[in-house]
Ligand binder design. Structure first.
Ligand code: GFB
Length: 317
């Protein structure tokens, strides 16, 4: 088994797939302090869903290391509405990149999954070995199946070809560059926008989806990027590794916290015709902690800076 830990990024060409996304752009910011060369692909020239494009790009640029942060992502409703896109696009992106990484001799690859790979009713906090121990949450099983396939691909290339490919499973992420479209976004950007618009309109209330009782764990994208670089340097194993903050809260408490950050003092209603999804999704982060990594950005600080970035966006000025 090829294992090159610690993996030294100095002087390496590092390809960030998905550099325009929230995690990919955080990775580009984080890698700027390493003495490596960052490689990105132009979307107009390289469509990651197309095998020929990916092969040509990898042959041309010959990266030493790859982060797969490219994915079709979305919140609970988008996952439910576009199952074919979430399954097909994600399967193609990861299969094309992992295969091309093997063919071009990539030394180290970190594949990004998601905490929704775990069973809907997995015991909390969820350890890495709880993968495939029970049925998935139906609202996002298409995305979860694609991400589980990605983990298995990385494992298979390790086993059969000795590639140093690993998988990291981040929890629910938020931060600069998030998607604020109310139909496709995750909960944090959606609630920032709803609270902001309610405040601006002097409204008495805004509405959150579901019962407000589900619990979620949140991590800032910059903390996630820092963890991913750490993982690339020090982790080399068959099993995937969780990336979280170690704390969760109810959606109702999150909504109140966001309302406070935004400065909205009115009421918060529930639309129970919308899905709750998994009742709780807290990951066990002991494995990453044992490797010496800790998150730095508290949820309060992170929400404040996310709201500032939201206000500064061109569409709102
Ligand atoms: O963030 P979210 O869309 O994704 O929703 P999941 C989290 C919780 O917030 C759910 C509630 O219980 C939602 O019902 N919620 C309340 C809202 N108000 C809103 C709102 O206005 N917008 C949204 N989006 N949610 C996703 C998966 O699951 O998590 C993906 O679908 C991925 O596959 C991602 O894994 C990390 O945490 O439920």
């Amino acid at each position: 088994m090829t294992s090159r830990t610690p993996y030294d990024l100095a002087g390496k060409r590092v390809y960030v797939a998905g550099h325009r996304g929230m995690v990919g752009s955080a990775l580009v910011r984080r890698l700027a302090i390493e003495s490596c060369q960052i490689i990105t692909a132009d979307r107009a020239r390289t469509d990651l869903v197309r095998q020929d494009d990916v092969r040509a790009f990898m042959q041309e640029t010959r990266p030493h290391a790859v982060f797969i942060a490219a994915a079709k992502v979305g919140g609970i409703l988008a996952n439910d509405r576009y199952p074919a896109d979430f399954l097909y696009d994600n399967l193609m992106i990861e299969a094309n990149l992992i295969e091309a990484a093997f063919k071009t001799g990539v030394e180290k690859l970190v594949f990004l999954g998601s905490s929704c790979i775990y069973p809907k009713l997995a015991p909390q906090p969820m350890r890495e070995d709880m993968l495939l121990t029970g049925p998935l949450e139906p609202t996002n099983e298409w995305y979860a199946i694609a991400k589980i396939a990605g983990i298995k691909l990385a494992q298979a290339y390790r086993r059969q070809h000795g590639c140093d490919f690993v998988s990291a499973m981040p929890t629910n992420l938020y931060g600069p560059g998030d998607n604020y479209d109310l139909n496709t976004s995750h909960v944090i950007p959606a609630l920032i926008r709803k609270a902001h618009e309610a405040k601006r309109a002097n409204a008495e209330r805004f509405t959150i989806w579901g019962t407000g009782t589900p619990r979620r764990e949140f991590l800032h994208a910059d903390d996630c990027a820092d963890a991913l670089v750490h993982i690339m340097k020090v982790y080399s194993d068959d099993e995937h590794i969780n990336v979280g903050s170690g704390r969760d809260m109810t959606i109702a408490d999150l909504a109140r916290l966001i309302a406070d950050v935004v400065g909205f003092q009115g009421a918060i209603d529930n639309d129970t015709s919308k899905p709750d999804g998994t009742p709780r999704k807290l990951m066990n982060g002991e494995k990453l902690k044992a490797l010496g990594w800790r998150p730095r950005i508290t949820l309060q600080e992170g929400l404040r800076s996310a709201y500032e970035a939201f206000l500064a966006a061109p569409a709102r000025s």
